[in-house]
Design a protein around this ligand. Structure first.
Ligand SMILES: Nc1ncnc2c1ncn2[C@@H]1O[C@H](COP(=O)(O)OP(=O)(O)OP(=O)(O)O)[C@@H](O)[C@H]1O
Length: 251
């Protein structure tokens, strides 16, 4: 059997008396979209932050691509091939679409801005950035100021920025948030293809997208995974229906 690309084992994180992550164990296998769903405050973002390296767990371990990364920070995990898109935009709004993608291609080094002009003359970086823009369908907007993009286009640009690092796997925090029906559809079809080159751990509230895309779904409630399975397994799980789906999908 294939080795997991990502393996989280027994993760714990408390904020004071609140156990936000309570013994979470999960895997992300090559080629799959594994969706993480759960009510507001269930601990999805807290878990994603620990996986991406921005928040240290109290206990538990994380392996990525066969190597333990528990003690590594975000940049080291990104260099190891873990791509991430954020719930809140991390784009430079005054920069052009292409400049944002180039910044991504150079690894978002903290000092990037000072060197932006010479960097824009680096043919290899610019080529990587253009290739990523083409993949998400933003080529025609390369010279547009990022602030002028629609919300959906910004989401796609965030994915393009993550793509420039050629990640081996993605962790995505609500990529569909705020997208209209057509934006959601476009993102869904893009992620559908992307999983073949890099598996995706997907936190998403858009249940249509989750049930259309996910090979496996894990349900997080009060920091604990209460069920993991296919869309059909999850729909049929009585505990899930009571704890979560029942709120919006009693049918
Ligand atoms: N830095 C923090 N300090 C204290 N409490 C926090 C902190 N971050 C998150 N929490 C709490 O931990 C719990 C889990 O929050 P988290 O944001 O991970 O949930 P979520 O499932 O991502 O929610 P949503 O779906 O609304 O984004 C919540 O009760 C939240 O208030």
């Amino acid at each position: 059997m294939a080795e997991p690309m990502l393996h989280v084992d027994g993760l714990q994180k408390a904020f004071g008396a609140l156990q936000a992550t309570d013994g979470v164990t999960l895997t992300l296998m090559p080629g799959e979209i594994h969706a993480l769903i759960g009510p507001n405050g269930a601990g999805k973002s807290t878990l994603i932050k620990q996986i991406a390296g921005g928040l240290a767990p109290d206990a538990g371990r994380i392996w990525f691509d066969g190597r333990e990364v528990t003690a590594l920070g975000t940049p080291a995990r990104a260099r190891a091939g873990l791509g991430r898109t954020f719930q809140i935009s991390s784009l430079a709004m005054e920069a052009t679409v292409l400049q944002n993608a180039v910044l991504g291609a150079m690894g978002r080094a903290g000092s990037a801005w000072r060197f932006l002009r010479p960097v824009m003359r680096d043919a290899e970086l610019v080529e990587q950035a253009q290739a990523a823009l083409q993949r998400v369908g933003l080529t025609d907007h390369a010279a547009t100021r990022t602030a002028e993009l629609s919300h959906g286009q910004r989401r796609l640009l965030e994915v393009a920025v993550a793509l420039t690092l050629q990640p081996k796997a993605f962790v995505m925090d609500e990529p569909m948030a705020g997208l209209g029906a057509s934006g959601s559809k476009r993102m869904t079809s893009f992620l559908d293809g992307l999983r073949r080159e890099a598996p995706i751990l997907l936190v998403e509230h858009d249940m249509d997208a989750v049930f259309a895309l996910a090979d496996r779904i894990s349900v997080l409630v009060y920091g604990k995974i209460i069920a993991t399975g296919t869309a059909d397994d999850i729909r049929a799980d009585p505990q899930v229906r009571t704890a979560y789906l029942g709120e919006e999908d009693a049918a």
